[in-house]
Design a protein. Structure first.
Length: 83
C-alpha cells in the first residue's frame, strides 16, 4: 500500500517542510533529539488542520505526512550506517 496515495497534492509540500524543519531542529543544541519527532508531529498535524479544516481525516493526513518524512530521514540514516 502506498502511503502517499492518502495525502492530497497540496499536502505533499508538508512532507518536504517537515524534513527540512527536522534538519533545522537537529542543529539547535537546546532541543534534545528525542523531542524533535514530537515537535515535527505537532507541526504536521497543525499544518494539516489549517490546510484541510478541522477533522479526523486532516489529523490522519498530518500523521501520514509526518511518518513519510521521518521514514525518509530514517532510511537515509540507516543506509549510511557502517556494519
Amino acid at each position: 500500500m502506498e502511503l502517499l496515495s492518502f495525502v492530497p497534492e497540496q499536502l505533499l509540500v508538508l512532507v518536504v517542510a517537515i524534513y527540512v524543519l527536522g534538519l533545522f531542529l537537529k542543529r539547535i543544541e537546546v532541543i534534545k533529539d528525542k523531542w524533535i519527532v514530537f515537535i515535527l508531529m505537532a507541526f504536521s498535524i497543525a499544518f494539516s488542520l489549517i490546510m484541510q479544516g478541522i477533522g479526523a481525516v486532516a489529523i490522519l493526513q498530518g500523521v501520514i505526512c509526518w511518518g513519510v518524512s521521518v521514514g525518509i530521514k530514517q532510511l537515509e540514516i540507516q543506509y549510511k550506517k557502517v556494519e
